[in-house]
Write a protein that binds this ligand. Structure first.
Ligand code: CU
Length: 252
């Protein structure tokens, strides 16, 4: 998670974000070289009292300064394209969840476990002393660590964006469209993200909170949640949310 006055990236927890940061460092190294070279050439002009101003043409120099930027662009383009394809990797995802954006909360559906779905609202900052202000949610999205997970991202109203910077994932939530991303966390932990698309007045108040746990604990969480859900299946709030009684209870 981001810390106060942090200028650099968040700690990396997935192979993908490691690759993103490598690419960032690679590009920064090239940029630094270019800046130093250009500064050197400009200062050379000034220090040599513009002796070169009489120079009319130099074919070798022209070939060099056309060719060299091309090589630099190739050095950036290839790793960048490789990473683009890596981030779209879709194979071997044993688990899928659906993240749906609303004004203003996220709801999650675990399609692999029947009926496991919940809404995730921001936690009021005065609610608990140990909660993370403006980043914590009432229901955390629990996922297993070391398990590639496919996330289907969509929205019911306006454009939102589901992002978790520590894992290097971000996808637009567009009404009527499913965007797919793969995420993988190598370690258990709490990861925070925020909606990354200006979506309305409460845009800043729909955090994303991933609670990544070891597979065993994740399994017991699923079993517990399903049990709780079953107990509250026909509770009043549930019926209100579903818009009526189940068919067999409808006596009219
Ligand atoms: Cu949003």
């Amino acid at each position: 998670m981001a810390k106060w006055e942090q200028l650099s990236f968040q700690n990396r927890y997935s192979p993908l974000i490691e690759q993103f940061i490598f690419l960032h460092d690679h590009i920064i190294a090239i940029l630094t070289l270019i800046i130093f070279l250009v500064t050197y050439v400009i200062s050379k002009f000034f220090l040599t009292s513009f002796k070169m101003s009489t120079q009319k043409e130099n074919h070798e120099l022209e070939v060099l300064w056309t060719f060299l930027p091309g090589v630099v662009l190739i050095l950036i383009a290839f790793p960048s394209l490789r990473l683009l394809y890596l981030s779209e990797e879709r194979s071997n995802n044993p688990l899928s969840i659906k993240a749906i954006g609303h004004q203003w909360y996220w709801s999650y559906e675990y399609g692999d476990f029947k009926n496991l779905e919940f809404d995730s609202f921001i936690q009021p900052s005065n609610y608990a002393e140990n909660s993370f202000r403006l980043l914590d949610t009432d229901n955390r999205t629990v996922l297993p660590s070391k398990t590639p997970t496919q996330v289907f991202v969509s929205s019911t109203d306006v454009l939102h964006a589901w992002s978790v910077p520590a894992l290097g994932v971000k996808a637009d939530a567009t009404p009527g469209r499913l965007n797919i991303i793969s995420l993988l966390s190598l370690k258990p932990g709490l990861f925070f993200g925020q909606c990354s698309e200006i979506c309305g007045t409460n845009h800043s108040f729909i955090p994303i909170n991933l609670d990544v746990r070891p597979l065993k604990i994740f399994k017991s969480w699923v079993v517990n949640s399903l049990n709780n859900l079953f107990e509250s299946l026909y509770s009043f709030e549930f019926l209100l949310r579903r818009g009526g009684l189940p068919l067999k209870w409808n006596f009219s």
